[in-house]
Design a protein around this ligand. Structure first.
Ligand code: TYM
Length: 343
């Protein structure tokens, strides 16, 4: 039996990179997989506290992300939706996996290095960085592995930046299975065609919630006016025509990529570059803005509706029901795991 699991951090309203790289697949899988396939999607608040958080804001962000998932079309009758901290087995399995996971492997992973602004190939850390690196940020991938393995997920739909974490999760399953009994399943990664959506302001960086400039990302709840403002302000260059040339023209090429991902006829960025060669940048950006706005049409309105439904109690209700089902799913695995270890 197939099980699909994925997660998103509650660090603000999801952006177009989250949506096209992962969340849209979460929605589409609901109708493309057989009805007996389990779909489990989590708002991963335990992961969020690997960097400092304000408690009020964290509570708010969790609700906002849950409301966004409903607004884009996740159906709670079909998919299990829950906050990670509601299901304690995630943290329990994390500890168990920590006892067979390799610290050397973790030390070579890139996310904690980028959060500390160290270069990706940094091997030795200075004393200052060591003091700043919290154990939770270092072992972040072990918790992510536990999320996936505790539900014995077979498939994990994510953007490309999560590939390294998924590789590590497979390693964690293998380590556990060798040490104890083969109860855990090594999951497969599902990447969407939009595996890496780039920043509108710095086209060599991926679109991210943590970039300082809000013009660098389109939020899925943005109005057509906001989308237009951000796309018109996107960093391009001084050549006032369209061509696909990722090296010389990264800004324009990113917009062509975006257009290609959203193209109903699935044309490549190269083809679209040739097709729109005659447009000036203003008209080209207008076209991109309209296409993006059309793909996000209605999400903002549904978001507002879901946030306020039942005086906000609807969201809590959905989460409570989802957490119950997620606890059941996790307990099936934990019973086997505890028995295998000798607890
Ligand atoms: P997070 O919250 O950073 O992002 C959620 C999803 O969005 C994808 N994504 C992107 N895809 C394409 N282009 C981009 N610019 C872009 N930015 C983000 C991410 O790849 C991700 O799929 N560690 C995870 C959360 C997590 C998780 C898990 C995922 C925790 N446990 C278990 C899968 C399975 C994260 O921080 O995602």
């Amino acid at each position: 039996r197939q099980v699909i699991f994925s997660g998103i951090q509650p660090t603000g309203i999801p952006h177009l990179g989250n949506y096209l790289g992962a969340l849209k697949q979460w929605v589409d899988l609901q109708d493309s997989v057989p009805s007996e396939t389990k779909l489990i999607y989590s708002v991963v608040d335990l992961h969020a506290i690997t960097v400092p958080q304000d408690p009020q804001r964290l509570r708010q962000y969790k609700r906002e992300v849950l409301a966004t998932l409903l607004a884009i079309g996740i159906r709670p009758e079909r998919s299990i939706l829950f906050y990670q901290s509601s299901v304690q087995a995630h943290a329990e399995l994390m500890w168990i996996l920590s006892c067979t996971a390799s610290a050397g492997y973790l030390s070579r992973m890139t996310q904690w290095k980028s959060k500390l602004s160290l270069s990706e190939d940094a091997n030795a850390m200075d004393t200052g960085s060591k003091a700043k690196l919290k154990l939770g940020l270092f072992s972040y991938p072990v918790l992510q592995a536990a999320d996936i393995l505790v539900h014995r997920a077979t498939h994990v739909p994510v953007g490309e930046d999560q590939s390294q974490h998924l590789e590590f999760a497979r390693e964690c399953a293998t380590n556990f299975n060798h040490t104890y009994q083969p109860h855990l399943i090594a999951p497969q990664t599902i990447l969407s065609p939009a595996k890496r959506v780039m920043s509108l302001q710095e086209p060599h960086l991926k679109m991210s919630k943590s970039h300082a400039n809000p013009l660098s990302r389109i939020l899925v709840t943005d109005s057509p006016q906001e989308i237009k403002k951000k796309v018109m302000a996107a960093r391009t260059d001084s050549i006032n025509s369209v061509s696909f040339d990722p090296v010389e023209r990264p800004g324009v090429s990113n917009l062509l990529h975006l257009l290609s991902i959203l193209d109903k006829q699935s044309r490549s960025p190269e083809e679209l570059g040739t097709l729109h060669a005659g447009l000036n940048l203003k008209n080209f950006k207008t076209l991109v803005a309209e296409t993006v706005a059309e793909s996000l049409d209605g999400i903002g309105a549904r978001y507002n509706e879901v946030m306020s439904r039942d005086d906000g109690k609807y969201l809590d209700h959905v989460e409570k029901k989802g957490a119950e089902k997620a606890r059941e799913s996790a307990e099936e695995t934990m019973a086997l795991v505890r028995e295998a270890i000798g607890f």
